[in-house]
Design a protein around this ligand. Structure first.
Ligand SMILES: [Zn+2]
Length: 436
């Protein structure tokens, strides 16, 4: 039976529809809410969840007169949306190895669960997936697969004898001509990937005519294209060719105004993945998080010992100067893009190397974005709402407003005071259900 409940809060009347019998409702009382939209946090509010949806946001002292609603006192907690990782890799990593053979249902499911336990509610796997990805994609949409929601670019486009490495498996498409690229893209489109991935880096470089053909054909099928990029010149050519997302930072030079103007005009998203630079040098010495269980838990078996080894320490020492420099350029470019109003999405490239732990990397990325000069409120919005918008799912998730999915985490501390508070996870809710 449809029950209609009216009550008034201050001057505004709120109308709620609910099914009296099969409802599960609960109310998180007296929280600080960061809703992910970029709006200021609200303190002393309560969040009402009915089934899998946010039903209402009320002042903490308001009564919620729906019978059977469970009240949870959450005074002092901060609630924010689950993170969206716009650039991850599923099923590739297992222990210390990164090979296509790791792509098993168990490994993919385990990693989706790990992401969610760290507060990442949605992941876009960018181009390293195997055929079963399309089954997982479907299962995820149907609610048959636990963990983070799984989005996939399926089989990415690389180049013969170049990037990505052969270890990523035979599924990588490596067209040798624009015509072949178009044919490959048509075949891929039949499988309905959520995105298309192109690697534009290394030697030999994929020919611009080849990626132009891929982008044009992807757009015929209404699929967005993300590119792995490093150099400013490649970024310019890609934006000119109509790419939708730059899935890494530009790390060789400062981004110039002509690129930034073009990115704004064409609504190109920018995913900085700052943490991949940091993870290439930070283990020259032990970083402050090294003995933190939150970090250790995120690592695959054997990786923590590997990171303590002389070999890794020396390798990181050797890379330090170069990688610190590229991180600096990347951070400056992020700040510049952000100041100009380019759309930013959080992404980490986690799962592509043992050192890029799934779940932990995302929290490091938030910190690095803040250190690049982006205020925490914006960082959170880029890591939630903007990611959902890039995936075209912002109508249902990515921000905490009535009518959207109850996908959020409850934190012991407020990340607006210190961004590292995103790690103080007290509870995780996805589709209105607590998972941890
Ligand atoms: Zn990647």
């Amino acid at each position: 039976m449809l029950k209609r409940v009216f009550f008034s809060v201050g001057l505004s009347a709120i109308c709620l529809y609910s099914y009296a019998q099969d409802n599960t409702s609960f109310i998180l009382k007296d929280i600080t809410l960061i809703d992910g939209s970029g709006a200021n946090a609200r303190s002393h509010v309560s969040l009402v969840i009915t089934n899998d949806t946010i039903a209402a946001i009320l002042p903490a002292d308001a009564n919620y007169p729906v019978e059977g609603t469970v009240e949870i006192d959450a005074k002092g907690k901060t609630v924010m949306p689950l993170l969206v990782n716009g650039h991850g890799h599923l099923g590739l990593l297992n222990g210390k190895s990164v090979v296509a053979a790791n792509y098993t249902p168990d490994n993919v499911a385990r990693q989706l669960m790990q992401y969610l336990e760290y507060g990442v509610g949605t992941v876009l796997s960018l181009g390293t997936d195997q055929p079963s990805a399309f089954i997982f994609q479907n299962a995820s949409r149907m609610g048959m697969l636990g963990g983070a929601s799984f989005y996939t670019a399926g089989y990415g486009f690389g180049v013969k004898g170049g990037t990505p490495p052969v270890a990523f498996g035979p599924s990588i498409l490596r067209p040798g001509s624009p015509d072949e690229a178009m044919q490959d893209m048509r075949r891929l489109a039949v499988l309905k990937p959520d995105f298309v991935k192109i690697w534009v880096d290394g030697e030999p470089r994929i020919h611009p005519d080849v990626y132009r053909a891929i982008i044009a054909e992807a757009h015929v099928h209404n699929i967005k294209v993300a590119a792995h990029v490093y150099y400013l010149e490649d970024a310019k050519r890609l934006v000119d060719a109509g790419v939708d997302v730059l899935a890494h930072s530009i790390r060789d030079k400062e981004a110039d105004d002509s690129l930034i103007t073009a990115m704004k005009q064409k609504n190109v998203y920018y995913i900085p993945t700052l943490c991949i630079e940091e993870f290439a040098f930070i283990y020259a010495t032990q970083p402050e998080w090294f003995n933190d269980p939150f970090f250790i838990r995120s690592l695959e078996p054997g990786v923590w010992d590997m990171l303590k080894s002389d070999e890794v320490r020396q390798q990181n020492e050797k890379e330090k100067e170069r990688k610190m420099k590229s991180l600096k350029i990347a951070s400056r470019n992020l700040h510049k893009m952000d100041s100009a109003g380019v759309k930013i999405v959080m992404g980490t490239d986690s799962g592509a190397q043992p050192v890029r732990a799934q779940g932990f990397s995302e929290h490091v990325e938030l910190q690095l974005m803040q250190e690049a000069g982006i205020p925490p409120l914006k960082v959170i919005s880029y890591a939630t709402h903007n990611g959902a918008a890039m995936l075209g799912i912002d109508g249902e998730t990515g921000s905490l407003v009535p009518g959207k999915k109850a996908d959020f985490m409850v934190l012991d501390a407020n990340p607006l005071e210190n961004i590292k508070a995103t790690r103080s996870i007290h509870a995780i809710y996805k589709n209105g259900k607590q998972i941890q």
